[in-house]
Design a protein around this ligand. Structure first.
Ligand code: FAD
Ligand code: UDP
Length: 386
């Protein structure tokens, strides 16, 4: 069978490129996906309790880019959410990310931005250019808050010391001197109103002639198809048979638990409202537990449903049979990745797009942006137009 483009992976990057290339350039595309569903790690689904859950961990869509928002808005409406989470340690809930409310909880009384800023000025460690994830936090808030909220969580999540990780890892988390306790700071924060699964199906419905092959490793189809160009969105080291050595990844184990309305009645003093198990869509557990967070995404989806489902997230080593969820943002893996990227750049007809193919800790909007930029490049090459 002849295709113009063979797309490996049906995540955000693969599907956006399938849609653009088929609808705008009339390309015949085959998308090959090894899982039994499209959408990659951003997939969501209704579980046995009827609760809409994010299958591979919470996926909070946010962006500052009007282009990315407008592009996706062709395929979905939006349910606006101010993502709010909590941290739980020392037997109590804390406002998180760290903000004036967290400081007030530490003091046990009301305070002001001025007093909080004074505390920070007295506790932060002077580091002009933080070089790792420990420095980026202690240079903003000092040791006490770093030890309470970041050190243990980061060690669990990445199985290494925060000093060994790029500053960008813990630097993702905002630290605020006002009362703003939203987890993210982007100008647009919302979930697809019908769920990610519907949005992905709509993207495919708008992709004329695109064929999708599920439960198939692309290597199985290589002998049976011809193609002019490949878009590869899987792990870059796997593409090259780990010739230069395997890149490290971090994996996760998700443990789900569902509760009926009756079971939830006794939780009202904790959750604060009927139909929920915990008081926020996500509670982080930096210190005392083996899991890093418990997610109850029903808080964010706004689904009206008597039952609820919580998901405990346990970090685990990556290896055979485990999913490569996170590239590891650290100097040694980055160097190895750079060598793979050099090999990738010599291939004329294969593009490497997305979180695993470029070994970057990218969010969904960044991946969509990358796919749209790759489309622009292909279009320019083929038509000479912007
Ligand atoms: P993926 O979604 O990984 O898709 C790649 C696809 O390729 C997969 O479906 C895989 O099965 C398939 N594939 C790989 N190899 C092969 C092969 N050999 N043959 C066939 N198919 C193959 N982003 C946010 O913006 N907000 C969040 O809150 C957020 N939370 C996250 C939480 C977790 C736990 C994780 C892991 C990620 C989170 N992300 C979040 C990031 C988000 O998941 C990614 O940015 C996005 O899904 C990446 O899309 P992708 O297409 O590059 O990769
Ligand atoms: N982090 C932490 N404590 C927290 C939340 C995050 O130390 O309570 C650190 C941790 O290293 C984590 C990183 O900040 O991996 C990024 O957190 P985020 O919630 O953005 O991670 P993701 O949702 O991508 O797993």
């Amino acid at each position: 069978m002849n295709y113009d483009v063979l797309i490996v992976g049906a995540g955000f990057s693969g599907l956006v490129l399938a849609e653009r290339l088929s609808s705008q350039l009339g390309k015949r595309c085959l998308v090959v996906e090894q899982r039994d569903h499209i959408g990659g790690n951003a997939w969501d689904e209704y579980d046995d309790a009827g609760v809409l859950i994010h299958t591979y961990g919470p996926h909070y869509f946010r962006t500052n880019s009007p282009r990315i928002r407008e592009y996706l808005s062709q395929f979905t409406g939006w349910h606006p959410v101010d993502y709010r989470i909590l941290s739980h340690t020392e037997g109590r809930y804390w406002s998180f990310p760290i903000n004036l409310q967290t400081f007030e909880q530490m003091l046990g009384r009301p305070s002001t931005t001025e007093e909080w800023e004074k505390y920070l000025a007295a506790h932060r460690i002077a580091i002009s250019a933080p070089a790792n994830s420990e420095e980026v936090i202690i240079s903003q808030v000092g040791w006490e808050l770093y030890n309470r909220f970041f050190k243990g969580y980061t060690q669990k999540q990445w199985a290494c010391h925060p000093k060994e990780l790029d500053a960008s890892v813990c630097g993702r988390i905002p630290i605020r001197t006002n009362r703003d306790d939203r987890y993210l700071s982007d100008s647009f924060q919302a979930l697809p109103s019908g769920g990610y699964h519907r949005m992905f199906r709509k993207i495919l419905a708008a992709s004329p002639g695109v064929q999708v092959l599920l439960r198939t490793n692309y290597r199985e189809v290589l002998p049976h198809v011809s193609w002019k160009q490949m878009i590869y969105t899987g792990p870059i080291d796997e593409y090259f048979d780990c010739k230069l050595g395997a890149l490290p990844y971090r994996s996760l184990r998700f443990e789900r638990e569902s509760f009926s309305a009756e079971q939830l009645e006794s939780r009202i003093p904790i959750s604060g409202k009927r139909g929920f198990w915990q008081p926020a869509m996500q509670v982080n557990y930096p210190n005392e537990n083996d899991f890093t967070r418990i997610v109850e995404v029903k808080h964010a989806t706004g689904q009206s449903c008597d039952n609820t489902t919580i998901v405990r997230e346990y970090p685990q080593a990556f290896g055979p049979g485990k999913e490569a969820y996170y590239p590891i943002p650290a100097p040694a893996p980055r160097q190895l990745y750079a060598q793979y990227a050099e090999m990738a750049a010599t291939l004329q007809n294969v593009s490497f797009v997305g979180r695993l193919a470029t070994y970057q800790y990218y969010n969904m909007d960044q991946v969509v942006g990358m796919a749209l930029a790759e489309f622009d490049r292909i279009k320019k090459r083929e038509t000479g137009n912007q």
